[in-house]
Write a protein that binds this ligand. Structure first.
Ligand code: 5GP
Length: 227
């Protein structure tokens, strides 16, 4: 067991010893321009925090090599996407780079009431919509790259995207970055371990927010009763 695991287990457990849900889950939103390290940060957080799950979005974007249905995304066509949207099954949705993306609503409320946290890798449009819908449950982090040069290098080294796509993503990055003031926290990813430590600290602090620790009312009552 590593030091970080021990640290993360010091935050309130999802369930009390008597089986009651100890706290309300939270929605942790990570946004950044592509290539700023958001995917790596998400993966590391998910492997470290057992009661953190990823929100799997639906998208009309074609599957990239190595991506798995139901793991990276639920890949749908535009008709299916519109159907979900019309039935209000999406908590938020947006068009990003010519494709549509959305967050299925069902799993989110289920996780929150069960005291599990959910991680969202969504763009600024989605973060804005979630803020309107779920302000009290939300903590949002914007990840910035250390420089434009570094961002371009990271996009190129992925080798998954063509020159045209890289150029398109670079121009989109400028637009995306302009939304940084809309977030609760901002982390500059100079170095992945350092950025991870900062995101970890945010998650731990957000879990400790008084309003999220729903078990405290009874806990303090027992303390006051001398138990
Ligand atoms: P990619 O196609 O590279 O997986 O994602 C492109 C962009 O779409 C990323 O910035 C990602 O955060 C965003 N994105 C992925 N899923 C969703 C979603 O459900 N809603 C919104 N608003 N953006 C999303």
């Amino acid at each position: 067991m590593n030091r970080h695991r021990i640290l993360s287990e010091q935050t309130p457990a999802t369930v009390n010893l008597d089986g009651a849900v100890a706290r309300r889950g939270l929605m942790l939103v990570l946004s950044s321009p592509s290539g700023a390290g958001k995917t790596t940060l998400s993966r590391r957080l998910l492997s470290e925090f057992s009661d953190l799950t990823m929100s799997i979005s639906v998208t009309t974007r074609p599957k990239r090599p190595g991506e798995k249905e139901g793991v990276d995304y639920f890949f749908v066509d535009k008709i299916e996407f519109d159907l979900m949207r019309n039935k209000r099954q999406l908590l938020e949705h947006a068009k990003v780079f010519d494709h549509y993306y959305g967050t299925p609503a069902g799993p989110v409320e289920e996780a929150l009431t069960a005291g599990r946290d959910i991680l969202f890798d969504i763009d600024w449009q989605g973060a804005q919509q979630l803020k309107q819908e779920k302000r009290d449950d939300l903590a949002s982090i914007f990840i910035l790259p250390p420089s434009t040069k570094e961002l371009e290098q990271r996009l190129r080294s992925r080798a998954q995207d063509s020159d045209k796509v890289v150029a398109q993503r670079m121009s989109k990055a400028v637009d995306e970055i302009s939304h940084w003031p809309e977030y609760d926290y901002v982390v500059v990813n100079h170095e992945i371990e350092e950025a991870l430590a900062q995101v970890r600290a945010i998650l731990i602090a957000e879990r400790l927010k008084r309003t999220r620790q729903t078990y405290l009312v009874n806990f303090v009552k027992r303390l006051q009763d001398g138990q």
